[in-house]
Design a protein around this ligand. Structure first.
Ligand code: NDP
Length: 309
């Protein structure tokens, strides 16, 4: 019998209390899932930072931590964490992100605002180019970026992907490294950011890189706030060099009421809702991963502590 500690915000426990033990049982694991336990007895922690757990050192028997979140920047630098950490990679989360990204890309591609906001009785016809005539950059080609890139390529967008390591993905023109980023940004009429928050990605979109993008380009950021230099973005928006920014994530969340992003005519703020961990599928993904490790097959989606993601 293994002991799995559920360490996340109290109010989401009812979504997991029955589902997680059932999912572990379906994987053939004899497990008890608890909210509290003697740390010396805990084999696995299913974890979100909002549960408040920061000291992993009392968990002397711990085999690994399964994050409920895809982003791990709040735990990856924790010096008390000495066991493998797995990110959440889950069909529900992926589907949610694909839908959110596709929706926001199509809004800008089709110029939907012009019609949705029109109340002046003017018959103004603007016909958008076809998706095949629109270049979309996907910065980050991981679990989420690749799924979004594929969905957009499926709609015929000309998708250019960028990642740290070299990749080949059918239907996507892939680039990597600093030079690759410059190439991708130069063509990017719409850029979607699905990168993790790490020391190497902080302020990735700074004034210099924003200036590479075509005039009027759109930025869509469901990744993490620190990926963009906010002041440089505001300046580019003020000057119209960046036509619009749809931002789901921010350096400080909730975004403070007086922040210029709230009122900027070229900014859309969404409150970190691009994609949620969906308990129904997430319990299966977590249970399957823990079961793999228990069978000696190795945990999937493990974080590289050196790279920070
Ligand atoms: P993955 O770890 O699967 O993918 C990360 C991608 O970023 C990889 O392609 C990786 O490259 C690339 N990358 C990392 N560092 C660099 C770098 N220095 N230069 C170039 N590329 C880099 O993550 P996911 O796809 O699962 O998630 C991406 C992010 O989305 C999460 O970290 C999280 O911040 C955010 N997120 C936001 C949500 C929301 O609701 N707003 C919900 C869920 C996630 P390589 O492939 O070479 O390793």
């Amino acid at each position: 019998m293994i002991t799995v500690l559920f360490s996340a915000r109290e109010d989401i426990w009812p979504n997991y209390e029955t589902r997680l033990p059932e999912a572990l049982a379906e994987e053939g694991l004899a497990a008890r899932v608890v909210r509290e336990a003697d740390p010396a007895e805990v084999d696995w922690i299913v974890y979100a930072p909002n549960g408040g757990l920061t000291d992993f050192s009392p968990f002397t028997k711990l085999k690994g931590v399964q994050s409920l979140w895809a982003g791990v920047e709040q735990i990856v630098g924790n010096p008390t964490l000495k066991v493998p950490l797995a990110r959440m990679v889950d069909p529900g989360m992926t589907e949610g992100m694909v839908e959110w990204v596709t929706g926001h890309v199509l809004r800008h591609h089709l110029g939907m605002d012009a019609d949705i906001k029109r109340t002046d009785g003017q018959w103004v016809r603007h016909v958008a180019p076809l998706a095949r005539e629109r270049t979309v950059a996907m910065l980050g080609l991981g679990a989420l970026g690749t799924a979004c890139a594929r969905a957009l390529a499926g709609l015929n967008f000309d998708v250019r992907g960028w990642s740290r390591s070299e990749k080949r993905i059918d239907g996507i023109t892939c680039a990597h490294g600093d030079e690759g980023l410059a190439e991708v940004l130069r063509e990017a009429e719409i850029a979607v950011l699905l990168l993790p928050d790490t020391p190497a990605t902080t302020n990735l979109l700074d004034a210099v890189r924003l200036a590479l993008m075509p005039n009027g380009a759109v930025i869509i950021n469901p990744g993490r706030g620190p990926l963009i230099d906010d002041d440089a973005l505001l300046e580019a928006l003020d000057e119209g060099r960046i036509g619009h920014a749809t931002l789901d994530v921010f350096r400080e969340e909730p975004l403070p009421a007086g922040h210029p992003f709230w009122h900027h005519p070229r900014v859309t703020v969404t409150p970190h809702i691009a994609s949620e961990t969906r308990p129904v599928t997430a319990v299966r993904s977590a249970a399957a991963n823990i079961a793999r490790a228990e069978r000696g097959e190795g945990l999937l989606h493990t974080v590289d502590f050196g790279l920070g993601y």
